[in-house]
Design a protein around this ligand. Sequence first.
Ligand SMILES: [Zn+2]
Length: 198
Amino acid sequence: MHMMSAQTVWETLLEGNRRYAVGRELRADISAQRRRATAAGQHPCAAVLACSDSRVPVEYLFDMGIGDLFVVRVAGNVIGMQEAASLEYAVEHMHVPLLLVLGHTGCGAVDAALSGCRVGGAIGSLMKKIAPAVDRAQSRGISGPDLLRAACVENVHQAISDLLSLSPAVRAAADSGTVTVAGALYDIETGEVTGLKT
Ligand SMILES: [Zn+2]
């Protein structure tokens, strides 16, 4: 599937998501046959950065099977050096046409950053990654549940921006059109993925 255009991959993902959201006609191939067929090498059609949240099962929600998606999951779908390296690998060595940063509604990591509680240790460094997105959402004067949603959207844009600055290789591939870097938001209640303007 990896020779598909970014647009075709995106449409395929969206179609899979619509099947998943209504809970029927799922086609994800997780068979033993598929497992054996992919053992010799992988050709995923997209790379996805998503949150570790247990309610965001990336392959399920796109109705994808073994070997279809190269997935990086980290709390708050933030970009640090390791995440950038993983995605750079997918772009440079697996030639994925689409790199999707998938945020989600009700993200606990974004909510924690919004609450402004000071935490130290490893979690503190995660909050710092999300802080600029939270600042931008708050500066718009939104409140309540809309604020969390806006911050989750801003956090997707932040991850894309951080990825492009931490990985010159991904930036070059994006500039040349080799890869399309896109953002989307997954609604943990409806199960639907919505593309974001980037
Ligand atoms: Zn989350």
